[in-house]
Ligand binder design. Structure first.
Ligand code: ZN
Length: 159
């Protein structure tokens, strides 16, 4: 049964409120995570608690409990010269890392017009109600190393 300090393997398909598939493990290896370590969204972890191998569930998480609502103030226009140090030409749809104050976070380039570049600092899943269709395929005890690292290992650990 799923409980804290277990490593859970599951297949999942993630969809937004329009039914578009955002991510799926179908045709791929199952996804492993360490339960109780905040590796997955807390509302999903809560629903998985106490479940068993073979259980299937569908969990819908409203945007505000997932990656937050979409914030227009997180969209900014910057001069193209700010991107000169990147070493590669910028394009619409490119995800880059930018330093904002002390923090580095990923931003998406959404528009380039003349010398103006529009960036979006919202999380790519912001503003989306997320539905996870999950099937639990395995549950095992975490190793001491996994508990120490706070995440599940997939085969060998390289850190
Ligand atoms: Zn590790």
């Amino acid at each position: 049964m799923i409980a804290d300090n277990k490593v859970v393997s599951m297949h999942f398909t993630l969809k937004n409120q329009n039914g578009e598939v955002l991510e799926t493990t179908e045709g791929d290896a199952a996804f492993d995570y360490l339960h109780g370590a905040m590796e997955i969204l807390p509302p999903l972890e809560k629903e998985l608690n106490g479940k068993n191998v073979g259980d299937k569930l569908s969990v819908t998480i409203p945007a505000q409990d997932a990656y937050g609502s979409y914030n227009e103030e997180m969209v900014e226009t910057l001069p193209k010269s700010d991107f000169a140090e990147m070493g590669a030409p910028i394009e619409v749809g490119m995800e880059i890392e930018m330093q904002v104050d002390e923090d580095i976070f990923p931003v998406l380039i959404t528009k380039i017009e003349g010398e103006e570049v529009t960036i979006d600092m919202n999380h790519p899943l912001a503003g989306m109600d997320l539905t996870f269709d999950v099937e639990i395929t395995a549950i095992r005890e975490a190793t001491a190393e996994e508990l120490d690292h706070g995440h599940a290992h997939h085969g060998s650990c390289d850190h």
